[in-house]
Design a protein around this ligand. Structure first.
Ligand SMILES: Nc1ncnc2c1ncn2[C@@H]1O[C@H](COP(=O)(O)OP(=O)(O)OP(=O)(O)O)[C@@H](O)[C@H]1O
Length: 675
């Protein structure tokens, strides 16, 4: 049985599961071989004692001989039966050992183990058998217990042939490579058994994750995280780096293995990391706003970054904690749209300024030598502002001007965010979502295949998220993390204490975006709480004089009605009219003339809706158990992992049933009512 214990410093040791506990001292190294040598040594005195005992009562000797022969045969048969789950070679070897030992013990009991050739058989034959077992074990363990495979585990979960490589043991995490039998199993086969492996090890569901090795299909990476540290959020302990640079990582949570989450926005040529925009998704109550607040507090305590927050929906609700900070907040929909319209001009201005200073992207020297901070524009409920080509251009150009956009919305369907904009968002932060399909709009297939399942949380574990971002190793993408637990008052206090590090809004950008006019509380609602942190004398006068009334008048730049639920959504593609009245869809197709070559027409990938309908239709015709492999690929035009997610989603929705084997399903049985 596998038991877990914690040594008090967070180091995990899992007793009895040999590969969790590196054994370095000689006693431990020799212990695995003690059984065969111990058995060999004790067999001789045991047989000698039995012989003396039996010859003391000669009338019992024939009965004892018959009994021992029967016993030996029984033990040999039992060994064969019990070893059926083991590899064939192990089964044969164990049965042969049992048979030989039983035969020798019977003969030695009758004759005496010192008689020739029984003594020689024991000395050489027995030692040879013990030595064979030791060699066999040593080879299986790779010389010692480190990195040895645990074939029993893999045989149990019906993945015989998988070998475990050297495992790295960290606090609350064990990870290492898996060698898969080439041509027989791939990473997806192992991924499907991840929960079974967890069950075998006595761990919770989701504790074992398997990631593909992009370089080698016969390898995979296994990660085991025994303790679910995400169940309890960790407390926010203040900003990670007050007075630091935006080039230092932003820390806003911990991964399940207690590593802090680190995210970068600006690029870094030295490490090849690109500057990045961010897409944030998550259902109602999944913790997006909390994540925003912690990241905002990080930004507002750094020395070289400005923050502009556009929140066209919630008004003061989310941004109230920024009171007194150097963030600029715009919470009126019309003003948010106005600002978005002005962004291209600000981007051009910043990019050409950086170019004049000799930079092709924002670098810390742009601030230290010329005073231009990095700029983060955070857009809540982004779908309300994303429509139109302007935003695509903004997303494409902004990074080179030292601007990162953070677009937060519940879902990012293709109507809510164009593929062009999506292609520009290098960082994805995915909180709990309602269904697997929603995760597919943000997280990559690789991350989902590696075990990321944000739909398991829904909004029951607020703050839990997955992060895909430049600068983070890909193996981390499927590792769940959780934001810190923090009260707004704490964050406000942190900003009050360390906010003096934050720079004032860079005047030319502030002027181009007319921030003095657009910011919350500046004009229209008379509130004084959020002040735009500008020195008026730094702002060009003509910009300040721009007619704000005019800017509000030309709202018809946005044709949609702010109250329209379709507002901001991409238009649906026009319906294609076809003149098919004369065509009989049931008519037989004409036979191809003999000799006519069949033409391979290019296959059109079905739309998501078509793919789903085709799969549903196919399922309705299934009478037995099926899995993703069985769903014909031409029905959906996607890879097997898509089919796998689709079937899993249908099972979660109760539209199909899970069969006994993991990853297999059957159509729902319709039970008739008893009359
Ligand atoms: N890491 C966390 N630990 C504990 N509680 C959290 C955590 N993150 C968020 N919460 C709590 O969960 C609740 C919902 O969080 P939040 O308002 O951030 O969700 P949201 O995704 O922004 O929701 P909506 O889209 O409805 O605004 C809040 O009460 C918040 O305090």
């Amino acid at each position: 049985m596998v038991s877990k214990r914690n040594n008090g410093e967070g180091d995990l040791a899992v007793a009895d599961a040999a590969y969790f506990v590196p054994k370095k001292h000689w006693g431990s190294r020799l212990a695995p071989y003690a059984s065969e040598w111990g058995g060999w040594l004790t067999s001789w005195p045991t047989a000698a004692l039995s012989h003396v005992w039996m010859t003391g009562t000669p009338e019992a000797l024939p009965w004892a001989s018959a009994g021992l022969t029967l016993l030996g045969t029984g033990v040999t048969a039992l060994t064969w039966y019990c070893a059926r789950a083991r590899a064939a070679v192990v089964r044969r070897f164990a049965t042969a050992t049992a048979g030989i030992t039983a035969a020798w013990t019977t003969a030695a009991t009758i004759q005496g183990p010192w008689e020739s050739p029984l003594f020689q058989l024991w000395a050489f034959g027995g030692a040879g058998v013990a030595l064979s077992w030791s060699i066999f074990k040593a080879l299986k363990r790779g010389g010692d217990s480190e990195g040895g495979s645990d074939s029993r585990l893999w045989e149990k979960v019906k993945l015989a042939g998988v070998k475990t490589g050297p495992l790295a043991v960290e606090p609350n995490k064990v990870s290492g490579p898996l060698q898969l039998p080439p041509g027989e199993l791939d990473a997806q086969d192992v991924q499907k058994k991840a929960d079974l492996i967890a069950g075998y090890l006595g761990l919770r569901k989701g504790a074992v994750r398997i990631a593909e090795n992009p370089e080698d299909a016969s390898q995979a990476e296994m990660t085991i995280v025994p303790r679910d540290v995400l169940r309890e959020s960790m407390d926010w302990e203040g900003p990670s780096n007050p007075g630091g640079s935006i080039t230092d990582p932003i820390v806003f949570g911990v991964y399940e293995d207690t590593e802090p989450v680190r995210m970068w926005l600006p690029g870094d040529k030295a490490t090849g990391r690109n500057a990045s925009h961010v897409q944030i998704n998550g259902m109602n109550g999944s913790g997006k706003s909390q994540g925003f607040k912690e990241i905002a507090t990080e930004l507002l305590t750094r020395r070289d970054v400005n923050l502009v927050v556009l929140d066209p929906s919630k008004g003061d609700q989310t941004v109230a904690f920024l009171k007194g900070s150097r963030a600029v907040t715009v919470t009126n929909l019309a003003k948010c749209r106005k600002l978005v319209k002005k962004l291209p001009a600000a981007i051009t201005e910043r990019a050409s300024q950086l170019g004049q200073w000799g930079y092709d992207e924002w670098v810390p020297e742009a601030f230290t030598q010329h005073g231009m901070p990095y700029l983060v524009i955070w857009v809540e409920e982004a779908s309300k502002l994303l429509g139109g080509d302007t935003f695509t251009t903004i997303a494409q150009e902004a990074r080179s001007a030292g601007i990162s956009l953070v677009l937060s919305q519940q879902r990012s369907t293709f109507r809510q965010m164009s593929t062009d904009v999506r292609a520009q968002l290098g960082t994805v932060l995915c909180f709990g979502v309602n269904q697997p399909e929603d995760a597919g709009f943000s997280l990559s297939d690789e991350t989902l295949d590696a075990g990321a399942a944000p739909w398991r949380w829904k909004n029951r574990l607020p703050g839990a998220f997955y992060l895909e971002a430049p600068g983070i190793e890909e193996a981390r993408f499927a590792t769940p993390a959780r934001t810190f637990r923090a009260k707004d008052t704490q964050l406000t206090a942190d900003i009050a204490e360390h906010g003096h590090h934050a720079p004032e809004m860079w005047a030319p950008t502030a002027a181009t975006l007319t921030l003095a006019k657009l910011a919350q509380g500046a004009e229209d609602d008379g509130k004084e709480d959020n002040v735009v942190p500008l020195h008026p004398d730094e702002v060009p006068e003509e910009d300040l004089l721009e007619d704000f009334e005019d800017s509000l008048d030309d709202e018809d730049d946005f044709e949609d009605d702010p109250d329209d639920p379709e507002a901001g959504l991409m238009p649906l593609p026009p319906e294609v009219e076809t003149d098919l009245d004369d065509v009989d869809p049931d008519a037989e197709l004409p036979e191809l003339e003999a000799g006519t070559a069949a033409i391979d027409l290019p296959q059109i990938k079905p739309s998501l809706a078509q793919a789903r309908a085709a799969v549903a239709d196919w399922i309705a015709r299934q009478t037995g158990v099926f899995g993703p492999k069985d769903v014909p690929q031409e029905l959906h035009g996607r890879d097997r992992s898509w089919a796998s997610r689709e079937l899993s989603a249908l099972a979660e929705q109760g539209r199909i049933e899970r069969a006994d084997d993991p990853g297999t399903y059957r159509a729902r049985t319709t039970r008739g009512h008893a009359a």
